[in-house]
Ligand binder design. Sequence first.
Ligand code: ATP
Ligand code: MG
Length: 514
Amino acid sequence: MKEVQLVAKLPAYTKSILQALNEAGYEAYVVGGAVRDLLLGRAPGDYDITTNARPEQVLELCQAKGWHTVDQLGHNFGCVVIVLEGEPTEVTTFRGERYDDGDVHRPAATWFCDTLLEDLSRRDFTVNAMALDSKGTLYDYYGGLEDLRRRILRPVGQAQVRYGEDALRMLRACRFVAQLGFDYVQDGVSGSACGMPATPYYLTNVPVFPVERCRGLSLERVRTELEKLLVSAFAGKGLMLMRATGLLQQSCRVRHNGADHEVPILPEAEHLLGLTQNPRFHLYDTWEHTLLAIDNSPRELAIRWALVLHDLGKGLPNVRIIKPDGQPSDPGHEAQSAIMAEQILRRLRYPEEFVRLVVWLVAQHMRFAPMLLTGEKTLRRWLRHEAVNGPFRTQAQLVAGYKQLTEVFLADMGATHARENQQLMTEGRSLGDQVIAMAQSSMPIATQDLAVNGRELLELVPKNTIKETFAYLIERVQSGNLPNEHDALLAALKKKLARQERRSEQSSTDVAKA
Ligand code: ATP
Ligand code: MG
């Protein structure tokens, strides 16, 4: 065991809990993700503690100290949550687990055990199986520190056994690869390679996973891991592992109306690997281009999902053509991708609003490039069309949508030869800025987006015409010939009303004359 200079980095409330347990005669350690993150110099999300004290003994201690605890309602076996300085800490009693074939994720039996070693042995990866005591001694029975140094993610024990116990660990493996950027290693690798050697996603040894066990996992769990993966710094690497092992092509399950339904994760992405593209624009195949685009983009779920899905339509028989020069092309692939994106996100049970946004990003991702060659008028026409027909209910949503679309476009372009063309990227960014500014200044969608309110309008127009009055003002502002400013809006409305008045006076004199 090693001494490490980490205790000083622990928050005061964590140290207090460790010390209190020690003073009461128990062993206590910070364990798992927090130790890993501290050793990596990253800020841990939370500090989990493991101890040989039984839950009732932990509770007793908390009562004596006057510490607030949260009732776990038996959700988490042997776990007491202590809230100190407003921060919750899970204090879990050393635990052993046994699995059988009944459930692909949950243990058939759990029990309290006496040693740290046994508790650490149930943990998934070596880098997650280290413990730190209050004196700064690191307990590392499985070589986690060395694996951190070598930047590898390795299961504790035999991979097949560990994934045979809990299938979720396969998804966690891909998620940790995505979060840490480590290479995944396990005993008994098959030795087959995956990807193009020139890319950062190339795998020399694809591990064999019992991926069919994924079928028993709930969609909720799979989605949680997938989302953590997608918003990670090395998402492309994690996705490549999912694709290469076959996890991505697997199904999980969702319970609906009392029955289990199979939910494919993302088999639609399978054909992208090895799908060649015109080398004039592309360095990579479609899959590795997709991964690079994802890694180029801000770590926001909607943007990441849009990029995962943006080229799914490429290479499909109804999309792909071979040009006279013999090169492949996929005209209209974005429409096909959008159709697929909608099916996929619905099936993965995403909320309607999220589905509509991501589908819009996918459908629009090719619209930016031609706009580089046009003027403001065309840009406004596009923006207006999307303000009216897009998935946005407010101007703020439209602005946010165009910000995301700009990022999708730049990430996509940055994953092609255009990356070398800095000028094109700069022009793309300034086009994005321009369209966002236009959306911000002059693309109201909802009545609240206008700089006048209903009460003010009712002083000028009858109640039954309020809706059309709002519509008139919104349209005027959107068309770019009226600023969305309080006085200007009212002046324009008054002018219109005066015009109407004159017209109706005119027609009544006409009628009188006749
Ligand atoms: P995060 O930063 O996402 O919180 P973490 O490593 O803390 O990462 P958790 O899911 O919070 O991960 O789990 C805490 C610890 O519990 C892990 O570090 C690991 O030691 C152990 N663990 C969690 N889930 C499993 C699992 N399915 N199988 C084995 N060990 C697990
Ligand atoms: Mg954690």
